[in-house]
Design a protein around this ligand. Sequence first.
Ligand code: GLC
Ligand code: GLC
Length: 654
Amino acid sequence: MSLNTRMNSFWLSKESNASLRRLLPRLEAKYKDKTDHAEWDMYMERLKRHFPRLFEHLHALYGTDYDFFYYLENTLSSATEMWLARPPELKALYAMREADPHWYLSHRMVGAMCYVDLFADDIEGLRIHIPYLSEMGITYLHLMPLFKVPQGDNDGGYAISSYREVNSSLGSMEALAELASELRDHGISLVLDFVFNHTSDEHEWAKKALAGDEEYQEFYRIFPNREMPDAYESSMHEVFPDDHPGAFTYSNRMKKWVCTTFNNFQWDLNYENPAVFNHMTEEMLFLANQGVEILRLDAVAFLWKRLGTNSQNLPEAHRIIQAFNAIASIAAPAMVFKSEAIVHPDEVNKYIGLEECPLSYNPQLMALLWDALATRDVRILKRAMEHRFKIPNGCAWVNYVRCHDDIGWVFTNEDIEAMVLDAKHHRRFLNQFYTGRFEGSFARGAPFQENPLTGDARISGTCASLTGLEKGVAANDQTEVDLAIRRILLLHGIIMMIGGIPLIYLGDELGMLNDYDYDKDPAKTGDSRWLHRPHFDWKGAEQRHGTNTVAGRIYKGLLRMIQLRQQNLAFTRAETEFTDTGNPHVFGFFRNHDQYSVLVLGNFSEKEQSLDARRLRHMGMRKTMVDLHAGRTLTATQELIMEPYQLMVLTRAV
Ligand code: GLC
Ligand code: GLC
């Protein structure tokens, strides 16, 4: 630590103590008598514990504002009021989580995600379908944003007009809170989004801004002419170029330019304004109080903007999240943050930490699973995992095959170049492959935000359509269908076994195909991500117990892997050790727990593959091993033969 940093941290802790000393009596006077004194003391204890880091971040963000102390006090008052309003059931939940603070690392965790309307019409429908989730062993349910939004296009709920109102076609906030509680009774944690980078242009704040209220115009990033927008755009990337070029939108009513990183109806909030932080604190804690156990922080990379940079992943974005984390630890403990950073892998990892986001999507694994499937080569996947899979203790990846968004090729150029491939070329190949334009491709996907000039694009498509099921079914080709089922199970098998929380997009467990009808809906047309957000097929779900139906084969295969995960100690808080299987088509890793260890092997090719058995013995495998996945014992003297796309889970002697 340099002298400067030491002085600085000495100064910080002195000032933080002083601020707290001034603030505590004021909070006590206002709130202490509103609750049980023992509870108040516990609250105070948490406040004292987490205040220093809250102070540090807020001071770094807003310390130069002359009214900093005013905002600091406001933030703590808000936090305290929201804590007082927190239902007893959630306070009790914390008592339980305190005994096992890293509960989300458990091998029992299995995630699912869905849109409430597409899965079950509304909140009540979802409640009725809880048994379906329980049957699969789901313990984590991410409901896509279900708040009040503008009619028509609202980016699938990501343009929020009120964080405190549920979209009336889905139900009410009370129904949502009851659902959270009922899910909890079934061992399922509710996951909701905190869409805090932007609001819709119909949010009350935006409406006031539109009406000319300057106080609210400062809630957003609004400029009187093109000067600043031009300056910002010269170094920013376009996220949705099909919607609007650049990152700003002109408002006729204000005669001003608004920063809109995503769609033109999604207005970026201005976190340089401490009032915004303060208000969003209240919105966050309001959601927490409805029973959210895991909060998915949406679009974290974009929170802060600075001229001359691409305005992504700036240090201030991290501070904002860490400040929210400190507040949640004080006023809504038991709620865990999950980051949605779909950016360069090195940047993704920077959001992960106990004091920032203990959970994070793993977009790199997702992208490289698809890469390995297209190339039948696992070497890039292996290399990337060796470098970036390990994250701090107490943190976990949320591993997914695909989600509601497009598949972007978010791996590093270096990992591609290490294979003597050209990164640009390689991404273009993957786009060609998954849009089915590449000769012989099994995939049926569509490009998303394609740039015909550069060939850049991302990919839309359901898991089944991208793995060949759609093509196989259309051609009535049983061999293709069979291979597609194997691919679906292989991808899901890897996310199930690799360590972290597996996340299933509901419908993929039945092999649901692309929904081409989205194009007929004016609110959806033009956004190909709707291709892979089909209406859940409850008729198809009825076939899930059949052994000969496609849905049944996928479902049963998945169920088997879920059971394997949930019942085997090798998947409990175990270390993941990647290994070179000696065969470029076969991905392999150990899961090592104190007394149990397994070797997971995945063949990413449609051809039989063999592994050198002596090599396996070198790694501590015996000649005779049990394949927990197939449920049989096998002996490999010379070589171990793997079927096309086979996934093996072999026990290792310890
Ligand atoms: C997130 C969501 C995506 C949405 C965007 C803007 O990335 O996953 O669906 O379009 O944020 O809110
Ligand atoms: C970009 C953003 C990501 C968002 C996605 C939506 O990749 O980084 O946050 O989910 O666009 O397509």
